[in-house]
Design a protein around this ligand. Structure first.
Ligand code: 5GP
Length: 185
């Protein structure tokens, strides 16, 4: 059996990665979305093992030391996020396509380790729309919003490093395009 495709989806804060990925998996339940480990606290409604594996900084560092992380990064300067390697390899070996929704630094690490992966950048229709979405969702305070927007500027400049750029102007349209690129249709 040929190995299934590994796809990396990155894009700036508040571009709607979560919404797009949820819609994609609803339509294509066979796609496996990797569950990341993070040192950040759960938000209301987030479940351990579903949205993230919420781990202590000590446990996170132990995973890195054991070589359990395919990639990891300090995101927005305060918390660590990483992709546990085992479940990704298991799914790919079983012929299941896998999607990683990670930040730019993580995407670059995967590019170095898995050059056969496909890299997709989810982009906002405009900078103004990105600001509107970040402020509108109201999950971050002013200081965190400013930090995330600063990261977003850097991330947007890196779009040209990716194999494909998908513009999230409309969720269903973006899902159509992603499904085509991942080969789900
Ligand atoms: P949030 O705290 O809003 O859930 O996620 C913040 C950022 O962390 C998002 O941009 C997301 O792409 C990134 N992220 C989530 N999981 C991972 C991961 O496993 N590795 C890396 N490098 N970034 C991640």
């Amino acid at each position: 059996m040929t190995k299934a495709q590994l796809t990396v989806l990155a894009g700036p804060t508040a571009v709607g990665k979560g919404t797009v990925v949820t819609a994609l998996t609803k339509r294509y339940p066979t796609l496996k979305v990797s569950v990341s480990a993070t040192t950040r606290d759960p938000r209301p409604g987030e479940l351990n093992g579903v949205h993230y594996y919420f781990v202590s900084p000590q446990d996170f560092d132990a995973m890195i030391e054991r070589g359990d992380m395919l990639e990891w990064a300090l995101v927005h300067g305060n918390n660590k996020y990483g992709t546990p390697r085992g479940p990704v390899d298991e799914a790919l070996n079983a012929g299941t396509p896998v999607l990683l929704e990670i930040d730019l630094a993580g995407a670059r690490q995967v590019r170095a380790k898995r050059p056969d992966a496909q890299f997709i950048f989810l982009s906002p229709p405009s900078w103004e729309e990105l600001e509107r979405r970040l402020i509108g969702r109201g999950t971050e305070g002013a200081e965190e919003q400013a930090r995330r927007l600063a990261t977003a500027r850097v991330e947007l400049d890196a779009a040209s490093e990716f194999d494909h750029v998908v513009i999230n102007d409309d969720v269903e349209r973006a899902v159509d395009e992603l499904a085509r690129l991942i080969g789900l249709e």
